[in-house]
Write a protein that binds this ligand. Structure first.
Ligand code: FHN
Length: 609
């Protein structure tokens, strides 16, 4: 079939002409906002400030499997699974993580250890878990080797407080899981709580049994945490990744753990929770907050850990199971935004997986067995979210994931400038679907009834990888513009990123070629006040930024705001849009710096008169 002609949206960038800006004038305000300069101690972060900015070890080679696989199984399992949300007649509060029971109910170490003594999961079958992951379409598995309770779920020589030496079970589930993963072709990985340990007198977190003033954290690190990590990296074959949690407070400690991992297994990935959540995130990729879903557009590798009900470890009280449809939609949503889905199961004390989890995962697996081509190896879609569903991309193939079947049998795609060679149902390539273009939209005609009521996937064979028109930010007649990472177009090293404190921002830009642009559809001519919101530690104070519209330029210094993610708003001058129309606004570093320009959050343009 001949490709359809190039289709363009009405609001395309071409009408933007230099002449649009002829009358634009900038006036630099001399009264900048005073930032809330909370200059907390910066000594602990000085280490990373001098280094090349950015996540410590993003290595495309190492990342290849992670970028392809998309879907993993998380397993939270330990002595807390036997308590199942209750201890001595006391129940953990609703929606509390059951694996936190020791801390929530301040169970004394002695008593928790007694309960751990009785842990005997005689029905544990590693192949059953791994086969469940495989049948669901999951490609990697991350199991708790040690959670915050300090109990090792593998045979550790470092501490007898482990499942082999401390319980009647006497087997090493991690060894069995690692072997089962190898048999099934699933990538084996471990979760290790490296900072938090409620059993160790020097570990972080237990202040009900141990006096924090008497703790020697380095003793814990050197005598338990690092040696146990070394065991895991030595005795369980190649690990896909080490999943750290509740990061180290100092970059120095985090770097020691990262070095340990890479000295023993150079290909092993490290998640972003290895270091402090309040500083520049380290690791090969970033984890969203628990059950977190970004609005979209992130330009770094990421994953979101999510629960199947509301807790990670098993709780007999929590029956709020997600349906297969919800899980499939989340998987697609995450993958359409370029992320990985790490979906948790919380096995019970006897080693079996709760039946509702199995039922849901089996259904998801059925969907994956027909549609996984639209998940594995795909990349984020730059198309907008549509009311009917989401899109994923693989080269010149665009997958339309239709969650709601259109009553008029027409799927409308706006913003895509490509030609379309053909369209068909993924489950039936011989079933070609008619494609047309109308008013800048691509229209795909679908059958009357929805073949898969959860998500029917339609495959579009495009003339080249998708090229999407930029989004024009519009304004109501009397309000201004809010410009943030979502509508920004980045180039060079400027990247849209996640951070634990501020949510999302733009970072990694260090030179004038690292630009961030917005396309504005200005409906009210006139003067606008510009406010810029960002965070910048004091070491970035020599930076200057340039705002450009056409040939008009505004240069301002970057003012330190205090700590890493301490955002503040500053006046950045004014701008005159002489007439209604379309404009491009660009923000960039004025010169090359040895650090990021700023953690940019937003620009607002407020009409002045
Ligand atoms: O405290 C833990 C929690 O128990 C669980 O392990 C989750 C999984 O992402 N991580 C921590 C909280 O963020």
């Amino acid at each position: 079939m001949r490709p359809y002609p190039l289709i363009r949206l009405l609001c395309e960038p071409s009408p933007i002409r230099p002449t649009s800006f002829d009358n634009v004038a900038f006036i630099v305000h001399s009264r900048p906002f005073i930032a809330a300069a909370i200059l907390t101690t910066l000594s602990s972060i000085a280490l990373t400030l001098g280094q090349t900015p950015g996540p410590a070890a993003t290595n495309p080679d190492r990342m290849a499997w992670f970028r392809h696989d998309k879907f993993g199984m998380f397993i939270h399992w330990g002595p807390y699974s036997a308590l199942a949300g209750e201890w001595n007649g006391q129940q953990i509060p609703p929606h509390t993580e059951a694996e936190w029971i020791m801390q929530r109910l301040n169970i004394p170490v002695k008593e928790y250890r007694e309960r751990a003594h009785q842990f005997n999961p005689t029905n544990f079958n590693a192949d059953a878990w791994v086969n469940l992951a495989k049948a669901t379409g999951m490609k990697y598995l991350v199991v708790t080797a040690k959670h915050h309770d300090g109990f090792a779920m593998y045979h550790s020589k470092v501490s007898e407080y482990n499942i082999v030496d401390w319980t009647p079970f006497k087997r090493d589930p991690l060894k069995e899981l690692s072997d089962a993963c190898q048999r099934a072709g699933i990538r084996f990985s471990v979760y290790y709580s490296h900072r938090e340990d409620w059993d160790d007198p020097n570990g972080f977190g237990n202040n009900w049994d141990y006096d924090p003033a008497k703790k020697d954290f380095s003793q814990y690190l050197e005598n338990k945490s690092k040696p146990q990590l070394r065991e895991l990296l030595t005795n369980y074959g190649p690990l896909g990744l080490v999943w750290f949690d509740r990061g180290m407070d100092t970059p120095k400690h985090a770097a020691e753990f990262a070095d340990l991992v890479h000295s023993l297994q150079p290909q092993c990935l490290i998640n972003g929770r290895i270091g402090s959540y309040k500083q520049e995130l380290m690791g090969d990729y970033q984890d969203m907050t628990d059950n977190g879903m970004p609005s979209g557009g992130l330009e770094e590798d990421w994953e979101t850990p999510q629960t199947l009900n509301t807790t990670w470890g098993y709780s007999k009280f929590d029956q709020e199971w997600k349906t297969p449809g919800v899980v499939i939609h989340r998987l697609v949503e995450i993958v359409s935004k370029g992320g990985n889905y790490l979906l948790n199961i919380g096995p019970m004390a006897d080693g079996t997986v709760p039946q509702p989890s199995i039922a849901t995962l089996n259904e998801v697996g059925r969907w994956m067995s027909r549609n996984s081509e639209s998940i594995y190896g795909t990349t984020a879609s730059t198309l907008r979210e549509f009311p009917w569903g989401r899109t994923t991309v693989k080269g010149s193939t665009l997958y339309l994931h239709v969650f709601s079947w259109p009553a008029d049998r027409t799927i409308r795609l706006s913003g895509l400038t490509n030609g379309v060679n053909s369209a068909h149902l993924l489950v039936d390539p011989s079933h070609k679907l008619p494609v047309a273009s109308q008013d800048g939209n691509i229209l795909v005609t679908v059958p009357v009834s929805m073949p898969d009521t959860r998500d029917t996937v339609i495959v579009l064979d495009l003339d080249r990888p998708p090229v999407v028109d930029p989004v024009f930010v519009t304004q109501d007649s009397d309000t201004g513009f809010e410009l943030n990472y979502l509508t920004a177009v980045t180039s060079g090293n400027a990247k849209k990123r996640f951070n634990r404190d501020g949510g999302f921002h733009i970072a990694k830009w260090t030179a004038p070629e690292d630009t961030v642009s917005w396309f504005l559809s200005v409906s009210s001519a006139g003067k606008y006040a510009i406010k810029i919101r960002y965070a910048a530690p004091k070491e970035w104070k020599d930076g200057q930024y340039i705002l450009t519209v056409g040939s008009h330029e505004l240069k301002n210094p970057v003012k330190p705001t205090g700590d890493w993610y301490q955002y503040a708003t500053f006046d950045a001058g004014t701008i005159l849009f002489p007439k209604a129309g379309q404009y491009k606004l660009e923000l960039k570093p004025a010169e090359k710096y040895s650090h990021y320009l700023m953690y940019f959050e937003s620009l607002t343009l407020e009409p002045l008169e």
